[in-house]
Unconditional design. Sequence first.
Length: 60
Amino acid sequence: MDKLRMEHYRIYMTIFWLTALIGISCFVTTIVAAFFFKFMIAIVTLLLGFIFFLANIIIS
């Protein structure tokens, strides 16, 4: 039973950090896209960042 619980915890932490890193990278991409690319790309990546951070809050 302990082994199964540790496996679930490991999966939970992997998903938690994965959503956090994707969310942060979306915000960084937003800043880069706002300066160098089209404004629409910046808006889309900003929305993706918010979605991933909301998913991270829901997970935790």
